[in-house]
Each structure stands twice: as structure tokens, then as C-alpha cells.
Design a protein around this ligand. Structure first.
Ligand SMILES: C[S@@+](CC[C@H](N)C(=O)[O-])C[C@H]1O[C@@H](n2cnc3c(N)ncnc32)[C@H](O)[C@@H]1O
Length: 255
């Protein structure tokens, strides 16, 4: 079972992953566990203070190192936190490769969630193995980022996905996933691509590959470059990409 320990001022937020959907089922099936640790429980002043004003001035408050270090020490004493990850916008951007690696490695992860202006840097320098960002934007706290990481890692754990294979999803083969359609066959005058109704599995697979290539080339050309460098594109894929580029150019010229 993969173990997560979240160090957080808002433990109740984690109900979002424990009590809903695929992560809930995987949690019930004991594929992963979560324990939350509130830094306020590791201070003994009357106000349970865990933050203070920033040295050098400026707005907001900073989370103090000691309550976080004490909470982390408790995690480790309890057998968790083999790897310590802090969530912060200045971290390395989380991606599919890192998520799959974390799921495969199966180390127990302590996730340190910042609030306010962030965490005293000395705690990060001394106690944290890795700083992770979930994107180039600022959240109010690390909890949503930690839950994004937990959700993404848990769905990669063996058996977590029942009817779908994580191998078919976006990024798995270096490309975005193809578009999806369901009933009714016609909605607001728009028909489902005919090939999907054909029952012809090979043609459907080819169509999906083509769609994935075209969509990725349009939305994320960087992923195409990476897939090419990793040898993930066949000669047929390259032919399809050339057609996609020519079609896009022709469409542009027509407008
Ligand atoms: C309001 S933010 C602090 C922002 C910080 N002062 C800055 O400008 O980079 C509070 C906390 O939210 C979390 N956080 C915010 N954005 C994040 C992101 N993109 N990825 C991961 N964690 C994030 C971090 O734990 C951070 O300590």
C-alpha cells in the first residue's frame, strides 16, 4: 500500500480525495493510505501560532520552520515520509513522467502544504527532498496541489483503474488523448465521427491515433518534439503529421 502523509493546516480538505471517485475506491481497497498532520498540534502557545511576519518586511505571514519540522518528525517516527515533497509555485513542474515514477517507486510521501506567503526557506533547505509545482499559477495553499499529486499518482497504482488503462490516457504514449463521444449519435445537429460507429477496431484505433497526433501537434507541439526524440513516432505517424500541417496551412490560407 502506498502511504501519503499530508502536513496541513486544513486536514478536512483531503476528504476530496479520500471520499470521492476512483481515489476513494482505491483507498477502500487499501491501495493507498493518507494521514494528516496539523502543525498547530505541535506548538504549545495559547494561540497555537505557526506563522510570523516576514523578516525584511512585506505583506503577509510566513509559516515557521519549527512546527513543520516537529510535524515531519512525528510523521517519520510513525514510519512515513521516506521522501519529503513540499508543494510550491517555485518547484519543478509536476508531469506524467514524474507521477508515474512516484507511483512505481512506491515510497511513502510526506506532502508539506504551505499557506500564507509560504514556508521559511530553512525548513525547505534542511527537511525537504523535492519541491513540486502543479503549474504556473498561485494557489492559496498547497492542499489542492498535494491532492492533485495524490490523485494523479493513485490512478497509476496497479489495479486502481478498473475499466480503463492508464496506458491509453494523455501523455502515456507521449501524446494527448483522442476526443471522446457517447450517446446520442447526433446532438444539436452534430453527428459522431462515422468510423466510431463502424465496429471496425483497427480503423477505430487508426482514427484515434490520427486524432491524437493532430490534436497534439496543434495544442502541444512540444510534446510532438519530445515523442519524436524518444522514438515514439512511426513513419505512418510522421506521414499523418505532415498531412495535419499541410491541412492547417491550407485552412489558414483559405481564411
Ligand atoms: C499563496 S501561496 C504562496 C505564494 C508565494 N508567495 C509565491 O508568490 O510564490 C501559498 C502556498 O500555496 C501553495 N501553492 C501555491 N501555488 C502553488 C503551485 N502552483 N504549485 C504548488 N503549490 C502551490 C504553496 O504551498 C504555497 O506555500
Amino acid at each position: 500500500m502506498m502511504r501519503f502523509d499530508a502536513i496541513t493546516l486544513f486536514p478536512a480538505m483531503f476528504a476530496a480525495v479520500v471520499e470521492h471517485g476512483i481515489t476513494q475506491r482505491a483507498h477502500r481497497e487499501e491501495r493507498w493510505s493518507l494521514r494528516t498532520w496539523n502543525p498547530r498540534d505541535f506548538v504549545d502557545d495559547a494561540h497555537r501560532t505557526i506563522d510570523d511576519r516576514p523578516f525584511g518586511g512585506g505583506p503577509g505571514m510566513v509559516m515557521m520552520a519549527q512546527p513543520l519540522a516537529d510535524a515531519l518528525a512525528a510523521v517519520k517516527k510513525n514510519g512515513g515520509g521516506t521522501r519529503v515533497i513540499a508543494l510550491a509555485p517555485n518547484g519543478v513542474r509536476l508531469d506524467d513522467v514524474r507521477v508515474r515514477h512516484l507511483a512505481r517507486a512506491g515510497e511513502s510521501l510526506a506532502l508539506v502544504c504551505g499557506r500564507y506567503e509560504g514556508i521559511d526557506q530553512r525548513f525547505i533547505d534542511v527537511c525537504v527532498d523535492e519541491v513540486v509545482s502543479v503549474g504556473d499559477f498561485v494557489l492559496s495553499g498547497g492542499e489542492l496541489a498535494a491532492m492533485a499529486l495524490i490523485d494523479a499518482v493513485v490512478r497509476q497504482l496497479p489495479g486502481a483503474l478498473k475499466d480503463a488503462s492508464a496506458a491509453d490516457e494523455s501523455f502515456a504514449a507521449g501524446l494527448l488523448d483522442a476526443k471522446h463521444y457517447t450517446r446520442p449519435e447526433t446532438w444539436r445537429g452534430m453527428a459522431v465521427p462515422q468510423v466510431l460507429l463502424s465496429g471496425h477496431h483497427l480503423q477505430i484505433a487508426e482514427w484515434r491515433r490520427r486524432e491524437a497526433l493532430t490534436l497534439t501537434a496543434r495544442q502541444r507541439p512540444d510534446l510532438i518534439e519530445r515523442a519524436r526524440a524518444a522514438g515514439q513516432l512511426s513513419a505512418m505517424d510522421e506521414g499523418q503529421l505532415r498531412i495535419a500541417v499541410e491541412t492547417a496551412a491550407a485552412n489558414q490560407a483559405a481564411h
